[in-house]
Unconditional design. Sequence first.
Length: 274
Amino acid sequence: MVIPVLHLLIFSYIPIITNIYLSFTNYNGVNPPKWVGFRNYERIFTDPQYLKLFRNCLWYMVVAIPQLVFAFILAVFVNGKFRGINFFKGVLIVPYLLNGVIISTIFIIYFNNNGTLNSILRAVGLGKLAQQWLHNLRLVNPAIASISIWRYYGLNFLMFFGGLQAIPHELYEAAAIDGCTKLQEIRYISVPSVLHILFINILLSISGSIQVFEIPYIMLNGANGTATPVIQIQQSAFAENRVGFAAALSIVVFVVVVIAVSLQRLLARRGSIY
């Protein structure tokens, strides 16, 4: 156990402890750090510029609602029996397997003035709504956040599908004998059976929302009000040389993620999904 323990100490625990110390300093990456107490944390929670970073994360939490609904509907549909079901399941998981750079490139074109979205709007007679979606300060965050629906529904689909597959088929047979419709089977059998998985997916969405980085960073480099806490950490540490402030912000993100993961594991044990 010596080697893995040393690995954890050197690459995990010691850096975390060092980062906690640096979060209470004004370290710029070059000069020796100077102790400033809670000044960095006070700035994070009082400056509107940094509070907005966390408000931007709310968009990614909001789009998790249609994402989960869409994934559950697909899981229910695929859980049936029809020809080509294995091919259909493989197609559904493809967006989750794509690289973030590829996805960003696709949606830069999609939201462009002459891109796919505006072309569709013009084709159906809604050309007045066509615009530069990534330059509209009111719409840019929900537009980028909506990409998560397409990208991550595959993961949620797999989890829901696994839960539905674990339901004894005898329950559906008994419901059919009692005269239940398909909607009643979903309401009284499928939904209660995957409720614990729904909670897990919600917690994963929360922890994922606070860690959003690659899509808004690649598409706009955090411009037009799309910066997130992780993007700000990168900019503060490497572009502005405010390593102490970046450390404080990273600790805040770390605490939120730890809380979400702890709740996830607690629910997993109670729900016995593993």
